[in-house]
Each structure stands twice: as structure tokens, then as C-alpha cells.
Design a protein around this ligand. Structure first.
Ligand code: SF4
Ligand code: SF4
Length: 246
């Protein structure tokens, strides 16, 4: 079953993703009754869903990370504002994640497995900026990485990329969560590149001002209004943890 999920994901990305935009995806799995889902609900707020809210009879959750290419990260890093290519990749990759989930659900259905998912983004309360299903936290539970100072998940392939997830009614072995911190600040008290790269002061060594950060993302959306909804910035995802070699 895991091999099928991996094959469908890789095929969907290679056939539908823009060439040169992505590196190989990562996939992780968790039991639907992992206690961290309940802890996440308590930490994020009661509006956060459990796997069983997404799919009756949920047994497992699969999360996947689609890493951006080194070239795309460099373009955004060097751009004095947010690169148009980065904003476009955000939109394009959200569509690709939805397609991956559709293809996965089709393939799983043909094996007698039910699956359901939440859209890749904009599934949050716009006032509180609290997600109903935080893919990056779900990816953490599925063993895909650890959180950096910049509040993004740093995976084995880095943090620059997008995350999706899907809930299944088939039990699958969970992926062990990493035992060591991947953020240089959390592991060794150094780096802070993400803080230096943040143009708004939303990110400091003491935390993230979500409202200030999202204000910047909305500004980018207005700047590239011809592209579609691109409330993204990502300047903090251009440091040493952006791209990691597998
Ligand atoms: S840029 Fe440095 S401090 Fe910031 S999250 Fe990445 S490794 Fe941690
Ligand atoms: S997304 Fe932009 S504004 Fe938000 S913390 Fe990162 S660099 Fe700062």
C-alpha cells in the first residue's frame, strides 16, 4: 500500500508538475489515533479537526512534502522583494497537491481503501489565523521533520516546498519521528538566518507575529494580483535549512 501511494504521488508530480520546479517528494505516515492529533487540537484550538472528522473509520494519515528546486529558492533569496516565480510556484503547487490527493484517492479506492483530505491551503480562520487542519503539523506527526525557529517544518529535503496530507481507512505502519532537531538554532543556538531574512520583523528569536507575517503575505498577493491568490512570502525559507540534500 505504501509503495502504491509513493508511486501515485511520484507519477502525478512528474506528469503534471512543471519541470525543474521540484525535487523528489517525501512521504510519512501516522496512525489516525496517534495522541499527537488530540494534543494538536488542544494546542491549536477546538476547531482543529481530528483524522476521524475528515474520514469516518480513519486508520492512518499520510503526509507528503513536495520540495522546491534549489534554483527556485535562489531566485526568491536574491529577489529584493518576493520573486514572482515563488508566488507563482505557490499557486501552482497548491493545485498540484489537490491533484495528488485526487489521484491518490482514486488509486486507493480501486484497492478498496477509502480516503479523504483537506484542501492544501486557505483552510484557516482568517481572523485568528488558526488552521482547521494544519498540514505542516500533520506532517510533523507523520515523521517528516522538525520545526525550525521560523515555524516551518524542516524535512530531510529542507523546508522550501509545500505539504499535503490525506486520511485513509487502512492501517499502515507509522514513520518514526526524527530524534534530532534539524534547526541550527534549536540544536546549537546559532544561525538566525530566517530572522535576518524576514523583512517585516514578524519573526524574531522569541517567536512569530502571525498577524504581521500574514499582513506581508497579503501585500504580496496584492502586488502580484494578476497571478491569482498568492498570499505567500517565504523569505525566511531561503536560509541554510531551505534545501537539504537527501
Ligand atoms: S534559518 Fe537557521 S535558525 Fe532559522 S529555521 Fe533555518 S536553521 Fe533554524
Ligand atoms: S513569511 Fe515573510 S514575513 Fe512571514 S516570517 Fe517569513 S520572512 Fe517574515
Amino acid at each position: 500500500m505504501k509503495a502504491l501511494i509513493n508511486d501515485v504521488l511520484c507519477k502525478t508530480i512528474s506528469e503534471n508538475g512543471r519541470q525543474g520546479l521540484y525535487r523528489d517528494p517525501l512521504i510519512g505516515f501516522a496512525r489516525a489515533d496517534d495522541s499527537l492529533f488530540g494534543e494538536l487540537k488542544r494546542a491549536v484550538g477546538t476547531s482543529h479537526l481530528l483524522p476521524s472528522d475528515i474520514l469516518a473509520g480513519a486508520k492512518s494519515v499520510a503526509a507528503f512534502f513536495i520540495p522546491f528546486s534549489k534554483e527556485l529558492v535562489e531566485v526568491n533569496k536574491k529577489h529584493p522583494y518576493v520573486a514572482r516565480e515563488w508566488a507563482g510556484a505557490y499557486i501552482e503547487t497548491n493545485r498540484l497537491i489537490s491533484l495528488c490527493c485526487e489521484r491518490l484517492a482514486e488509486a486507493l479506492t480501486s484497492e478498496g481503501v477509502k480516503a479523504n483530505w483537506q484542501q492544501p491551503t486557505h483552510n484557516f480562520d482568517p481572523d485568528k489565523l488558526v488552521s482547521f487542519w494544519s498540514h505542516k503539523h500533520v506532517a510533523y506527526i507523520c515523521g517528516l521533520g522538525t520545526f525550525g525557529l521560523h515555524h516551518m517544518l524542516i524535512t530531510a529535503a529542507g523546508c522550501a516546498g509545500r505539504v499535503g496530507s490525506i486520511v485513509l481507512d487502512r492501517a499502515l505502519d507509522p514513520t518514526p519521528r526524527p530524534e534530532t532537531q534539524k534547526c541550527l538554532f534549536h540544536s546549537a543556538g546559532k544561525c538566525l538566518a530566517c530572522v535576518r531574512n524576514c523583512p517585516t520583523g514578524a519573526l524574531t528569536r522569541d517567536g512569530l507575529d502571525k498577524h504581521k507575517c500574514y499582513g506581508r503575505c497579503l501585500e504580496v498577493d496584492a502586488y502580484y494580483s494578476d497571478l491569482g491568490l498568492c498570499d505567500v512570502c517565504g523569505k525566511c525559507a531561503t536560509g541554510p535549512c531551505a534545501v537539504r540534500e537527501l
